[in-house]
Ligand binder design. Structure first.
Ligand code: UDX
Ligand code: UDX
Length: 460
């Protein structure tokens, strides 16, 4: 069997590498229009940092896993085509800042219709608004009536940083299709049989297409809601003297609530949560359900507020001004164990501090200098002032250099190495009073205070 995936990003790359690794009998091609990205997939330094990924790619690459820019060739030769192109939130026109921009998905569908010479199974991997499969189907059948196309929804639930573990041993795989007709059923079965090569059958769920599409949005909305819920309580903790970590632990022990996704933080980030919730909000508005739309939108608002609250607290504590003070920023990726910075809370927090004229010295173990600079470069209409603030942004090559001469330490990502730093040494190199703001609650507050830091965390 030959299969391919259009889009060699954080989702397409690791997912296809795992399929190739687990299914030596299947030839897997991953194609992308971005030739630099493909070159990186074929090099020693993969474009995506993900623990365990190098190993999986090395085992399969050249054997039955191939990366190339030959999109048409891959489409032509493949029986199953996964679509994993990006679906950013629209920044223009109708539904701006809410609806998903589907132009890449549509372009991909049109390409498939043009190039296909025999029946294809098209699998949506990108997270899409509900009923997108229907649009893809109409484009395919409208443009190419010679061949049969089956459209399946197969949303990805991997979380970055743990992608390999999630792909190897997922809680569930979800496949949506139209099992009411024989061809639809056969297509679903074909995709099931791929995953069944390493995943127990009872974890492979099949539903109708719309349930599958909606389940992805709902799963992410529920996960993000838990974070916004605990973050809202973190503000109450700060006001009352309760400790949010103790509260989270206590409620998580209730098996009905469970312990996961209750880590209070500077706010959630990543390419999916905000985008998927806004998708859901747009959908609800579209279907005349404004109450439901507002209910979910509040999860995003709470997150924005949490980020704002954190940067405001820093300014307030530093005697109401951070102008020309050096702040050491530890962590820039949206979570640990990834080099991804999309929607990272660090971006908004750094921007807010730059607006206050702070000087930032940023260190992240995996994010490149160029990526940090690009993340903070002015976005049209957001902040004109950051343009002139470029000289205020320094990227440090180690955490000690970042902290040297700083007024405050600001932890924005929960990288393990930050827990093990020599805080004595850091304290000695900083200005007095030396402040520490732990936006991830990973540092030992009492130890920091003993050293001499004036130290703050979330929800304490
Ligand atoms: C993307 C979506 O953002 C997410 O909603 C979905 O769940 C999975 O796909 P990700 O893999 O993280 O997630 O995106 P990204 O890393 O941006 O990769 C997308 C790739 O598609 C890029 O490398 C881009 O060059 C490629 N692409 C985009 C094409 O090959 N053709 C196109 O027409 C558009
Ligand atoms: C998420 C979903 O978990 C995954 O199933 C889906 O396929 C894509 O979106 P991802 O965005 O990669 O995955 O990471 P996730 O682990 O969900 O973290 C998202 C954000 O929430 C991060 O910024 C993280 O730091 C934050 N977070 C997570 C918290 O602030 N507290 C928590 O308790 C958990």
């Amino acid at each position: 069997m030959k299969i391919c995936c259009v889009g060699a990003g954080y989702v397409g790359g690791p997912t296809m590498a795992m399929i190739a690794y687990k299914c030596p009998g299947i030839e897997v091609r991953v194609v992308d229009v971005d030739s630099d990205r493909i070159a990186a997939w074929n090099s020693e330094t993969l474009p995506v940092f993900e623990p365990g990924l190098d190993d999986v790619v090395l085992k399969a690459r050249g054997r039955n896993l191939f990366f190339s820019t030959d999109v048409d060739g891959a489409i032509r030769d493949s029986e199953i085509i996964f679509v994993s192109v990006n679906t950013p939130t629209k920044t223009y026109g109708m539904g701006a800042n809410r609806a998903a921009d589907l132009r890449f998905v549509e372009a991909c569908a049109r390409r498939i219709a043009e190039v296909a010479q025999d029946p294809k199974i098209v699998v949506e991997k990108s997270t899409l608004p509900v009923r997108t499969a229907e649009s893809i189907s109409r484009i395919l059948h409208g443009t190419n009536s010679r061949n049969g196309f089956q459209i399946l929804s197969n949303p990805e639930f991997l979380a970055e940083g743990t992608a390999i573990k999630n792909l190897e041993d997922p809680d569930r795989v979800l496949i949506g299709g139209e099992s009411s007709d024989a061809e639809g059923k056969e297509a679903v079965e074909k995709l099931v049989s791929i995953y069944a090569q390493w995943i127990p059958r009872d974890r492979i769920l099949t539903t109708n297409t719309w349930s599958s599409e909606l389940s992805k949005l709902t799963a992410n909305a529920f996960l993000a809601q838990r974070i916004s819920s605990i973050n809202s309580i973190s503000a109450v903790c700060e006001a009352t003297g309760a400790d949010v970590d103790e509260v989270a632990y206590a409620i998580g022990k209730d098996s009905r609530i469970g312990p996961k996704f209750l880590q209070a933080s500077v706010g959630f980030g990543g390419s999916c949560f905000k985008k998927d919730i806004l998708n859901l909000v747009y959908l609800c508005d579209y279907f005349g359900l404004p109450e439901v739309a507002q209910y979910w939108e509040q999860v995003v608002r709470m997150n924005d507020w949490q980020k704002r609250r954190f940067s405001e607290r820093i300014v307030k504590v530093l005697f109401n001004t951070v102008a020309d003070k050096k702040l050491a920023i530890l962590g820039f990726s949206f979570k640990k164990d990834t080099n991804d910075t999309r929607e990272s809370p660090a971006i908004d927090i750094c921007r807010a501090l730059l607006e206050e004229k702070a000087g930032l010295s940023i260190y992240d173990p995996r994010v490149t200098k160029e990526q940090i600079k690009a993340g903070l470069s002015p976005v049209k209409g957001v902040s004109e002032s950051t343009a002139q603030d470029d000289h205020r942004i320094q990227v440090a090559s180690d955490p000690y250099q970042a902290a040297d001469g700083a007024h405050a330490l600001v932890v924005l990502t929960e990288w393990d190495e930050f827990v093990r730093l020599d805080y004595d040494r850091i304290y000695q190199s900083m200005k007095r009073p030396a402040f520490a703001f732990d936006g991830r609650n990973i540092l030992n507050q009492s130890e920091l205070r003993q050293i001499g830091f004036e130290s703050y965390a979330i929800g304490r």
